[in-house]
Design a protein around this ligand. Structure first.
Ligand code: GDP
Length: 474
């Protein structure tokens, strides 16, 4: 190799490192927020963009510099792959259905080849590749972070408080009585086939999940893996529940025998903290560069004031992980290294375009506190109203002599084309009484006819891509 070749090669290597062409992008949100749909669309947009040039606000595509994209095998072979082809098959089949929702961690890798734009870099390298690792995980698992700072007794006390609300009482009174009737200082045989603790833990989980289903309340006092166990399905570490007897909670547990119910539950709780929560945050949380959090604002608007408050608090908890810089014990454990966070309200195709700004503004107000906390840590935070896979098109109709912006899509029952006006989306936070008067209905449409090799219809996925990865394509 000549001196010139060797020097060029070396500068190229240094440039690659300096420019950092790899990005680890984590996608999260509570169940049903739209993570699977989002990742499917994100991969689809990148794979089709070199041919269709459809991503107007994604600069490398708009400038015609994105030359090729491909899905690659992600290098962490112990993590399940995101089933992109399965998702596309379901969406584009004869009877299209939505892909199966996120139930655990999965990962995808996509490589994008592009013409370099920076005039200095171009001198040594005309083309380069950006590698994007996409990590999908349930937001419910992020909510476990505060448990790391709690003892079993403190967690029980927090549960007593949580369960005391009137709304929860109706769903939990039976299991509460069952738990308080247990003599928790008595010995329990962990090997017994009756699996007494497992049975109670299951009933406790079921009662709270039923409550969540009815009330759209995501702020459950349930450890995240009780909701979505992932690889821990059936593991004894998930078989614990809170002690709810206030008199027992005020006792000193130092002298309670090791084989008592209290101590066994405490052991399982501690195991859950150390062997489930901690490794998850170690593995994913500390190694992510950029994070998107999806929020289904439409469904909370339909659910009412209490659900709104629950969701607001849950989002704050969910994003606490990124604002714990001020809490020293967590900072010592994990130091999240994200530099950008996007909070996006999903499924905006159910809302007429002239109301997207109102929806985004409403969501911004809902997440204002959480956003502030994260921004305080020096992370760049952005919000957007998006749709990963649009099921509608905008139309203008006339109502009482006035123009009315609506959405048109395929009716879920008949499959006929229907026009829908969802009502007026509030721009700002509402009081309980204003909420009671809110008339809003974001009826979903059927999936339109889609083609497997073409770009999926979307709203603002190009802006999402530009914000999250655009700077890697210089
Ligand atoms: P996950 O639990 O966060 O993975 O959520 P999914 O991606 O599975 O989405 C849950 C449901 O929301 C889907 O089954 C669809 O019914 C709906 N959905 C997801 N993305 C969109 C979207 O962009 N537009 C519309 N209209 N519905 C969506």
């Amino acid at each position: 190799m000549s001196w010139l070749d060797a020097t060029l090669k070396k500068s190229q290597h240094l440039l690659e490192r300096g420019l950092d062409r790899n990005v680890r992008l984590a996608v999260t949100g509570l169940s049903g927020a739209g993570k699977t749909g989002f990742i499917t669309s994100l991969i689809n947009q990148l794979l089709t963009a070199p041919t269709y040039h459809q991503l107007t606000f994604f600069k490398p595509n708009a400038d015609g510099r994105l030359t090729a994209s491909k899905l690659a095998q992600h290098p962490e072979l112990h993590i399940p792959g995101f089933d992109y082809h399965g998702a596309i098959d379901r969406l584009t089949g004869n009877n299209p259905v939505w892909p199966a929702s996120t139930r655990g961690v999965s990962q995808a890798q996509i490589k994008c080849r592009f013409h370099v734009s920076n005039k200095w870099v171009k001198k040594v390298q005309a083309d380069s590749t950006v590698t994007i690792d996409i990590i999908d995980y349930p937001g419910e698992w992020l909510l476990d972070l505060p448990l790391l700072g709690m003892s079993f007794k403190e967690w029980c006390q927090a549960c007593v408080k949580y369960l005391s609300s009137e709304r929860r009482e109706a769903f939990c009174s039976r299991i509460k009585s069952e738990i308080t009737a247990l003599d928790v200082t008595q010995a329990v045989d962990e090997t017994s086939t009756s699996n007494q603790l497992g049975v109670v833990a299951k009933k406790y989980t079921e009662a709270l999940l039923k409550y969540r289903e009815q009330h759209n309340d995501f702020s459950l006092a349930l450890p995240g893996r009780f909701i979505l166990p992932g690889e821990f399905e059936g593991a004894p570490t998930l078989e614990f529940f809170p002690i709810l007897n206030e008199d027992i909670l005020s006792l000193d547990w130092g002298t309670v025998p090791a084989n008592s119910i209290i101590k066994v539950l405490e052991k399982r709780f501690n195991y859950y903290k150390n062997e489930v929560i901690r490794p998850f945050f170690d593995e994913y949380f500390s190694k992510v560069d950029r994070q998107i959090v999806l929020i289904d604002t439409c469904s909370v608007l339909e659910s009412g004031y209490d659900s709104y408050i629950d969701l607001k608090q849950t989002i704050e908890k969910l994003l606490d992980g990124y604002s714990y810089g001020r809490s020293n014990w967590l900072k010592r454990l994990f130091s999240p290294s994200i530099d950008k966070l996007l909070i996006a309200t999903s499924k905006v195709d159910l809302v007429p375009p002239d109301q997207h700004a109102a929806l985004e503004s409403f969501m911004q107000k809902m997440v204002a506190q959480a956003r502030n906390n994260v921004g305080y840590e020096g992370v760049d935070v952005e919000t957007m109203a998006i749709s990963a896979i649009s099921t509608s098109e905008p139309v203008i109709t006339e109502h009482d002599g006035q123009k009315l912006h609506c959405v048109k899509g395929k009716d879920r029952g008949s499959g006929n084309s229907v026009i829908h006006y969802p009502g007026k989306v509030p721009e700002t936070i509402l009081s309980r009484s204003q909420w009671n008067q809110l008339e809003i209905d974001f009826s979903p449409f059927d999936i339109p006819e889609l083609n497997a090799d073409e770009p999926l219809p979307h709203i603002r996925m190009d802006k999402v891509l530009q914000y999250l990865i655009g700077d890697k394509f210089l």
